[in-house]
Design a protein around this ligand. Structure first.
Ligand SMILES: [Ca+2]
Ligand SMILES: [Ca+2]
Length: 248
């Protein structure tokens, strides 16, 4: 009976493993320049967003003027225009959009009209990077499980590396804090869906984002959500456990 009672959890782990390959979102058609933005869809938020702990995880709440592409924004400028977001990386050059177009690089925003581009510079400039945090609507508790999802698109037009994204937890808005996940490499031709569940190693009030140190890459990101719960890998499940499960 003991092993049977573990069956649902085991299936959950299997499903997690099967779903770990990146899922590519369908691309939206690119609107021609000058077309007015499509009005925001009203009603219930998409599934998975309603319980997100992130403030402004889609970047859609901002005071940038419409139909604009805002490259190399000082951290203070990002912070003045995007509630819930704190830019703090030493590179000080996050790119923000409020446009139904792709702003010449990557794709149109994965959701809405705003995405961010974060960069890590060349070794000549010390590989310094852009970093930012999301304010949380509720504290993350050490020892509890959470699921993070977002979309990323790596741009190779001016940088040699595809790069990866680091996700961290921090007690303060302007420091990366503790690394909890490094993603796989995003696609360079479409939005890659990034998702994992993790057990929080620390209490935190902010979720942090950066391009992984040690290389030179420019990655666009959009539509972040952080939700309580999720299935995490259990390294104690051995082949012996599997055989026992089916023998019983
Ligand atoms: Ca967005
Ligand atoms: Ca930039």
């Amino acid at each position: 009976m003991r092993s049977l009672s573990r069956y649902p959890a085991f299936v959950a782990v299997l499903l997690l493993a099967l779903s770990s390959s990146p899922v590519r979102a369908a691309e939206s058609p690119t609107n021609p320049p000058g077309v007015a933005p499509t009005p925001a869809v009203t009603g219930a938020p998409p599934a998975g967003i309603a319980t997100s702990l992130l403030v402004n995880g889609d970047f859609e709440t901002n005071s940038y003027p419409p139909n604009g592409c805002f490259f190399n924004q000082a951290n203070a400028t990002i912070n003045a225009n995007m509630p819930g977001i704190t830019a703090f990386g030493p590179a000080n050059e996050i790119d923000a959009t409020r446009s139904p177009t792709n702003c010449l690089f990557g794709g149109v925003p994965q959701s809405g009209e705003s995405k961010l581009g974060i960069h890590r510079q060349s070794a000549q400039f010390g590989n310094i990077g852009d970093e930012f945090s999301f304010q949380l609507t509720g504290a993350v508790s050490s020892g509890s499980t959470y699921t993070i999802t977002f979309y990323a698109w790596s741009i190779l037009s001016g940088d040699p590396d595809i790069g990866t994204i680091d996700i961290g937890l921090s007690s303060v808005a302007a420091a990366f804090g503790t690394l909890v996940w490094t993603t796989a490499q995003p696609s360079t031709s479409s939005w890659s869906f990034m998702s994992t569940s993790f057990v929080a190693p620390v209490n935190a009030s902010y979720l942090t984002v950066r391009v992984t140190p040690g290389l030179q890459a420019w990655i666009h990101v959009d539509n972040f959500a952080l939700e309580p719960g999720g299935a995490t890998a259990n390294t104690s499940r051995s082949w012996g456990t599997l055989k026992t499960l089916y023998r019983d």
